[in-house]
Design a protein around this ligand. Sequence first.
Ligand code: UTP
Length: 281
Amino acid sequence: MKHVTKAVLPVAGLGTRFLPATKSIPKEMMPIVDTPLVEYAVREAIEAGVKEIIFITSPTKKAIEAHFSKNQELENLLKKSNKESCISKAFPKEFDEITFHYAYQYEQLGLGHAVLQANHLIDQDEFFLILLADDLLINEPNVCKQLVEAHHKTSSSILALNKVSTEETKKYGVISFKDKASDISNCKPLSAIVEKPQTNPPSNIAVTGRYLLKGSIFNYLKNIKEGAQGELQLTDAINLAMQDNNFFGIEYEGIKFDCGSKEGFIRANLHVAKTQKINYE
Ligand code: UTP
C-alpha cells in the first residue's frame, strides 16, 4: 500500500469568533503558549509521515507563508547575536525535508470549497490527510498516525470520531454506523454523516478535524450545493462519497481542544503551560 504523503490544511477562514485579534493575525497563527496553532497541526502531519503540506489560504494571510519560509536575514541576525538555540525554534530541521504548497481560496464559501482548491495537487486514487488546525489534539500516538494505521488495516477512507453530548451534536458532523459485524479491529464502518443536525441527530458521535480521504472526494466536492449555514460543506461531499465507497471511523484516544472557540483556546493554553516543560525566560 502506498504511503500517505500529503496533507491539506484549510486555513482561509475569517476567524470571526476571535475578532478583533483576527483582523490582522490569522486565527491559525494565534499561539498556544509560544507556538502558533497551525504549527502543532503541521508537526502532527509530519510525525505521521507526511512530506507535502498543502495550505489552502487566503491571499491576505501572508503570516502563514512567512512562518513556514526560510528567513536568511533573521537566521543571520540570530547567529550574530549568539542566539543559536533560537534558530532551531524558528527554523526546525524537520521542515527542511517538507514541501510547502499554497493554494488560494478567494471567497470563504465553506470548508468543502476550501478543500476543493487542492484538487490539482492530489491524484484521484491517492489517499491524503486533512487537518483543521483549530482542533488541537494531544495524543500519543497522534491522531493522524492513528488514521494512517487504520487506513493500512482497511485500505479505505477514515474519519476521526469522538463522543459529544446530545446538545453539542448541533455544532458538528454527526455520523451513523453500519452493522457492527463488519468492524475491522477498532475501525467501524460508517453509513452516513450529517452536518450540524438541528433536530434528531443520528448518534452522539461526531467527526473531529482530522480526515484521511481518497482523491476521488474532489468529484463529490464539485457537485455539492450550499448546506448547513449556507456554506459548501466537506461533510456533504463525504456523505455522497460514503454511498459509493467504504468509510471507517475510529474513536481516537486523547484530549481535544476546540481552539476555534475562546474557551477551547484558553483551556489549550492552560493545558500546554501546565504539562510541558516551558522555559519562561
Ligand atoms: P471554522 O468555521 O472553524 O473557521 O472552519 P472560521 O470560519 O475561520 O471561524 P469563525 O467561525 O468565523 O470564527 C474550520 C477550518 O476551516 C477553514 C478555517 O480556516 C478553519 O481552519 N475554512 C473555513 C476555510 O479555509 N475556508 C472556509 O471558507 C471556511
